[in-house]
Design a protein around this ligand. Structure first.
Ligand code: 4AD
Ligand code: MG
Length: 465
């Protein structure tokens, strides 16, 4: 492979050097005897300016007539221009067209709406906005691994195809090997759709948690980080049918340990993005969310609020009495809606907020029952602008309690035999949480719609490419 400089990555060492760069045309200005081309080579959302002179390039006219997004390979000398908006430029000695671009390239205009760009999923990564968002997504993913690896957590890959509905919410996509046009029929003429994965039931995972718990019982501290799927028909700016989740699980840990880990992780991810993506943050702060950088700095320096669900309900009820108009009425026992979550974190506490100890009836079966017999050791982390970003809990480690809960909910105990076994062979207090990775990227970029932080969003009605 020819050595191609990544201009914004390698710049420091390149002043005065003859280098080859490769990228896609953003604009061309032809002044007859000389011209300026800006290309983007993917090393930053910022473009590189190339100066070309007619007397130096025998294919000057060919280059001058290229369309936006043509793929070029240029060789020339890098000149550092620290006082110009672009910190360097390249004076071309040769430019080769590797692939021309058709004149109907859809993203000619510099500023297109995000709604329009969603219709151009295959091309939108070439825009400044999406170059910034997806670089931050990549940097955040790597930082997640660093955070856990540096603390000795073992990375475990949990299955995507599974029969367990970890959240018990019945929001699973069925996996089927049955051809619906030609289904095998039983003697009574019926298809058993529940046994459609080569004879056993299977779906796409909604959470890796139960599998991660298995590994926590061997390695102590583990995490999964992978795609999860929810067949909920929620057409909102925060829900996707396919999203990524980060799920740590710690043996010999309780709910307070869980919240401590979540707070440290969120602060670490913010500081890593501040350290590694300052240009991206500045650009997003300017064009997407004017409060972004200040908010992130504020969070990194704050102590998160911690409040019980019962206290949160009191706060919300006081707000209603003071004239706050919520769409959903507030009373003890309700599942908090986004409007409630945002009130708590944006207007009452004004910083990230943990709400803990929710009513058992609105939470999943595996959460540890508190001594009051009504609430469970659950926590959600709410952040301004988004609402719930993390959901976690201390798990029910007592065999009899867990068996009773599974029976009360009418779940199939046989299916959860391995999970119950963990409570028979060396059970211990343990806790974990799930961070919605896309919601974290939204939080870090100020982007307000989940469709714009997913490379290829799978939301209601979107799966084409
Ligand atoms: O609160 P959830 O459902 O928790 C669990 O799945 C637990 N098993 C996690 C654990 O304890 N290991 O989901 C966790 C997070 C939510 O807080 C939210 O950020 C995100 O996952 N999430 C979604 N993100 C995008 N689209 C959806 N449809 C999401 N559903 C949940
Ligand atoms: Mg949740």
């Amino acid at each position: 492979r020819t050595k191609i400089a990544r201009i914004y990555t390698d710049a420091e060492s390149l002043g005065g050097e003859l280098v080859t760069v490769a990228g896609w045309v953003r604009s061309i200005r032809d002044m007859k005897n000389f011209g300026f081309i800006t290309i983007n080579d993917g090393s930053s959302f910022r473009d590189l300016q190339i100066v070309m002179n007619r007397d130096q390039l025998d294919n000057y006219d060919e280059i001058a007539h290229q369309n936006v997004s043509a793929a070029l390979v240029a060789t020339g000398v890098v000149k550092l221009t620290p006082d110009a908006p672009q910190p360097f430029e390249l004076t071309a000695e040769t430019i080769r067209v590797e692939g021309a671009s058709a004149p109907d390239y859809p993203l000619q205009k510099k500023r297109a709406t995000v709604e329009y760009l969603r219709t151009q999923q295959h091309l939108r990564p070439r825009t400044n906005l999406f170059r910034a968002v997806f670089r931050i997504r990549s940097v955040t993913a790597a930082a997640i691994h660093r955070f856990f690896q540096e603390r000795g957590f073992v990375y475990v890959n949990t299955p995507i195809i599974t029969a367990n509905d970890a959240e018990g919410a019945g929001e699973m996509f069925h996996v089927t090997t049955i051809d619906p046009m030609n289904p095998p029929l039983s003697p009574n003429g019926e298809i058993d759709w529940s046994k459609d994965f080569f004879g056993v039931p299977a779906s796409l995972t909604v959470s890796g948690q139960l599998n991660a718990e298995n590994f926590a019982m061997a390695f102590g501290d583990v995490y999964t980080f992978g795609p999860t799927f929810r067949a909920e028909n929620s057409n909102t700016a925060r829900h996707a049918a396919e999203f990524w989740m980060v799920e740590p699980e710690m043996a010999f840990a309780d709910l307070a340990d869980d919240m401590d880990l979540a707070e440290q992780m969120l602060k670490f991810l913010i500081s890593e993005v501040q350290r590694l993506c300052p240009d991206e943050l500045a650009m997003l702060n300017r064009f997407v969310d004017k409060g972004l950088m200040e908010r992130l700095s504020h969070v990194a320096a704050s102590t998160f609020a911690r409040v019980t669900y019962t206290r949160a309900i009191e706060i919300l009820q006081a707000a209603v009495e003071a004239g706050e108009n919520f769409e959903y009425p507030v009373s003890w026992g309700i599942d908090l809606q986004t409007e409630h979550e945002r009130y708590l974190t944006e207007r009452h506490f004004k910083r990230p907020t943990f709400v803990s100890d929710y009513p058992a009836q609105i939470k999943a079966f595996y959460m540890r029952m508190n001594d009051d017999g009504k609430t469970v050791a659950a926590m959600d982390c709410l952040v301004p602008g988004i609402g719930e970003i993390i959901g976690g809990s201390q798990r029910e480690e007592r065999l009899d309690r867990l068996e009773r809960r599974i029976a009360d909910l009418g779940m199939d105990a046989e299916q959860y035999r391995p999970y119950l076994d963990l409570r028979r062979y060396g059970t211990n207090r343990h806790a974990g949480f799930g961070l919605g990775f896309e919601r974290m990227v939204m939080y870090l970029t100020g982007v307000s719609n989940i469709r714009d932080v997913l490379p290829h969003p799978r939301t209601v009605g979107n799966a084409e490419f």
